[in-house]
Ligand binder design. Sequence first.
Ligand code: BTN
Length: 235
Amino acid sequence: MGDLEVLPALVAARWPGRELVVLGETGSTNDVAKERARAGAPPGLVVVADRQMAGRGRLGRVWHSPPGAGLYLSAIVPAPGVATRVPLAAAVAAARALGPWAPGLHVKWPNDVLAGDDRKLAGILCEATAGRVIVGIGVNVGHADFPAELAATAVSLRMLGATPDRAVVALALLDALDEWLPRADADWPAVRSAWCQASRTIGAHVRTAVDLDDDGALVVEALGHRHRVVSGDLA
Ligand code: BTN
């Protein structure tokens, strides 16, 4: 587990009493968090693993999860009024948390965190269960390289020149999630504006993307009409 070993002490010092589960190996930290939520675990509980054997991404994709390299973290959070805002608030949190190690980060709708050259540094998978939301975040931290199929599109903090311990990245991420997730309900304008500021989707990546709606849907203009994109991916 190496650089994850200090995480329990760091979390206990920062949030006394917060429940943290650190695993050497598991299928998916989202699944472990889901089981805990169904068994009554409170919001705040965090699951981290050194390695995932069945790491999942959005749209049925696999999340590359080798040991010793990535941060695989899932947090149980209260279900907000508008659940579709959570991934966007989480993306803002992740981009803010990782920014000090990788200047020039930006977000891509709905919740990818990309390096300046558009390679993917972090991904987010939010899943609802038992009246809670599981926010799962994968960050490429110490990878020296990626398998051939990801080599052109993925990047790690190490490849960007930063070598933080995964425990320190986890702490920064949890701090940022604590700050930004409650705002999905309490201060959506702040999340929306931070997301739009961090985004190259609005007005750039996708020529016709013009705004974020109140529930986090992407507003796209085509042939003089505005449409809402609520799920899927952008090329
Ligand atoms: C994506 O970009 O498609 C989302 C990737 C989410 C990966 C994280 S790693 C921790 C948590 N456990 C999983 O199985 N998936 C998420």
